[in-house]
Design a protein around this ligand. Structure first.
Ligand SMILES: *[C@@H]1O[C@H](CO)[C@@H](O)[C@H](O)[C@H]1NC(C)=O
Ligand SMILES: *[C@@H]1O[C@H](CO)[C@@H](O)[C@H](O)[C@H]1NC(C)=O
Ligand SMILES: *[C@@H]1O[C@H](CO)[C@@H](O)[C@H](O)[C@H]1NC(C)=O
Ligand SMILES: *[C@@H]1O[C@H](CO)[C@@H](O)[C@H](O)[C@H]1NC(C)=O
Length: 333
């Protein structure tokens, strides 16, 4: 009699208990998703790392003169509005909202009097980099008029300023302003330590897209922040066109870094670069004698003894603009 009563109770209690637990879970779930903390938690948890291959890639772009001229003619305010809507923040920073990027990339662009190239570069590169789901910033370092162009030193300054301004980027991409990657399958991701990546090796105007020798380490190159520190950046001693990139290659060799290329250096449409035309700069007559200096010299000339005067710093809508005054100085030991 007593036991059958208990059994009866059990039959009633179990579904009630199950219903109670189910309702409690629902209430808790709704609560956690509506309260401010809950929302934050849900948001950070749902941001997964981005896929290894971005689903946003569109492939090859026909960078004809018509395309580039249309890009340069578009109204600035409209472009800036569109970029802002796409998520570009002041200083030309971006990170994807749909996932957590695997790469923090600072793109360093040294310039002087190439404003028409810069316009096309920015308008093309922002959407390009976004399609690769990168966390990136575009930093443009502009040299004042006094001395011949010093590409290496401007790169060193960009590297230094990127770290000061925007915190730690995993890597830098050292990028000439007149080079455009034609295909968004060309990775602008960070290379691993020990393996800097030469990105521009198949270029329309140089050798009609045929592969450039493996010792070439200029135009567009990617290197981890660690490795750039390790090799002490570029030499500051190259004034005028040429040589600083060859010496950078020597620096990677002296530290046993291996320069790699995407797709094992196989030339296909994916790795093509288009150049924007410009008059050739004056070559540096001393460049050959400066290239092959030994590691003891490398160690003293570069990031460690970098000296410059920052004339201006602006977080422009599409890029961080740094104007510097630089001049030659003797390497101190
Ligand atoms: C690229 O565009 C130009 C000009 O619009 C056109 O003449 C050319 O045929 C196009 N190239 C390809 C491969 O589609
Ligand atoms: C660069 O542009 C400035 C003005 O923006 C001009 O004064 C200067 O002469 C130009 N320099 C060269 C090398 O074209
Ligand atoms: C590079 O490799 C060589 C040969 O293995 C070695 O002797 C040298 O110490 C290495 N240099 C550095 C900087 O690691
Ligand atoms: C590059 O080409 C070589 C032969 O030409 C081939 O064996 C290799 O698999 C290719 N590598 C890639 C990553 O496509």
């Amino acid at each position: 009699m007593y036991w059958s009563h208990v059994a009866h109770l059990r039959v009633i209690i179990r579904p009630v208990l199950i219903a109670f637990i189910t309702i409690s879970i629902c209430v808790l779930w709704i609560h956690s998703n509506t309260s401010a903390d809950g929302k934050l938690l849900a948001a950070t948890q749902s941001v997964q790392p981005c896929p290894l291959i971005s689903p946003k890639l569109i492939g090859w772009t026909n960078l004809s003169l018509e395309t580039m001229s249309a890009m340069s003619k578009e109204d600035e305010a409209i472009v800036e509005f569109r970029m802002k809507e796409a998520g570009v923040k002041a200083g030309g920073r971006y990170e994807p909202s749909e996932c957590r990027s695997r790469h923090q990339v600072a793109i360093i662009v040294p310039i002087r009097n190439r404003t028409e190239h810069l316009t096309v570069f920015l308008r093309y590169m922002h959407p390009f980099l976004q399609r690769q789901q990168l966390n990136y910033v575009i930093i443009v370092v502009e040299q004042s008029e006094r001395w011949p162009f010093n590409r290496g030193m401007l790169m060193n300054i960009g590297f230094r300023e990127a770290q000061l301004l925007h915190g730690k980027y995993q890597c830098v991409i050292l990028h000439d302003v007149d080079m455009l990657p034609e295909h968004d399958g060309n990775p602008y991701t960070c290379p691993t330590n020990g393996k800097p990546r030469q990105m521009a090796f198949s270029i329309d105007r140089w050798n009609d897209y045929n592969s450039i020798p493996w010792s070439f380490f200029g135009a567009v190159s990617a290197i981890s922040a660690n490795d750039f520190q390790l090799i002490n950046g570029y030499s500051n001693a190259f004034w005028g066109w040429g040589g600083e990139d060859d010496q950078l290659f020597q620096r990677t060799r002296s530290q046993n870094l291996t320069v790699v290329r995407a797709f094992d250096g196989n030339v296909s449409q994916v790795v093509h670069y288009k150049t924007m035309s410009h008059p050739k700069a004056t070559p540096n007559p001393d460049r050959m004698s400066l290239i092959n200096e030994g590691w003891t010299k490398f160690k003293m000339d570069g990031l460690v003894d970098l000296r410059y005067t920052r004339l201006d710093l602006k977080l422009k809508p599409l890029y961080t603009r740094i104007v510097v005054d630089i001049q030659p100085y003797n390497i101190t030991t």
